[in-house]
Design a protein around this ligand. Structure first.
Ligand SMILES: NC(=O)c1ccc[n+]([C@@H]2O[C@H](COP(=O)([O-])OP(=O)(O)OC[C@H]3O[C@@H](n4cnc5c(N)ncnc54)[C@H](OP(=O)(O)O)[C@@H]3O)[C@@H](O)[C@H]2O)c1
Length: 182
């Protein structure tokens, strides 16, 4: 798959490494932007307040499926229901939110866990298959929490509990499972 990742920091750079190792062709773009016209999927991993600026530097955005990995801290304007909706309004294709509840600092240890860690995601129906594949190719087990509305905002609003747990135990994995499956 041809993946363009906007943002090549901890998340964008880390996912690019994992997906390249899984056999994908990944192009990472920093704040200077670049061309995404050949991409099968566009992944956005920049600070939430910089989404509009970051995507304004990227040409060739024309309805590709998109995955939003961003979080938002502090106050926000409610022009969009979520950061994922903002990204969808710019790129125009089916959109998912994933990787926002998983720590980049732990990417290198995913494969060493006793149980495959979960990755919560919300998605438009048309973006589910590609998102699940990329979650699995990064080493996680996808766990769907619903459509982009209201799922993306639910995931964004969960960042406070994620940070509260991390304040106790540092970067962590999580695994949700039915009784008997842990
Ligand atoms: N770190 C985590 O564990 C984690 C986990 C889940 C979600 N997230 C979310 O994922 C997103 C990326 O986090 P990160 O930790 O990867 O951040 P980071 O290491 O600081 O990297 C940010 C990236 O965004 C790029 N960028 C593009 N336009 C920008 C602009 N106008 N201003 C600032 N940066 C711009 C930067 O470009 P340059 O390379 O040119 O500087 C850089 O590649 C954030 O929304 C964060 O909340 C982070």
């Amino acid at each position: 798959m041809k993946i363009t990742v906007v943002g090549r920091g901890h998340v964008g750079g880390g996912l690019a490494r994992l997906w390249t190792a899984a056999g994908h062709q990944v192009t990472g773009l920093g704040r200077e932007g670049g061309d995404a016209s050949g991409a099968d999927v566009v992944v956005v991993a920049v600070p939430g307040p910089t989404i509009a600026d970051a995507l304004a530097q990227v040409s060739g955005l024309a309805g590709q499926p998109a995955i939003d990995a961003c979080n938002h801290y502090g106050s926000r304007d409610d022009t969009h229901a979520s950061l994922s909706h903002q990204i969808k309004s710019i790129i125009g294709g089916p959109t998912a939110k994933s990787f926002s509840t998983n720590f980049a600092a732990a990417y290198d240890e995913i494969s060493q866990q006793r149980a495959t860690p979960s990755n919560l995601y919300a998605s438009d129906p048309e973006a589910r298959t590609i998102t699940e594949q990329l979650i699995r190719d990064a080493g996680y087990e996808p766990l769907y929490v619903g459509g982009l509305t209201p799922g993306a905002r639910l995931l964004e609003d969960s960042s406070a509990i994620t940070r509260a747990i991390a304040a106790q135990i540092g970067p962590f994995f999580y695994r949700y499972a039915s009784p008997g499956a842990l």
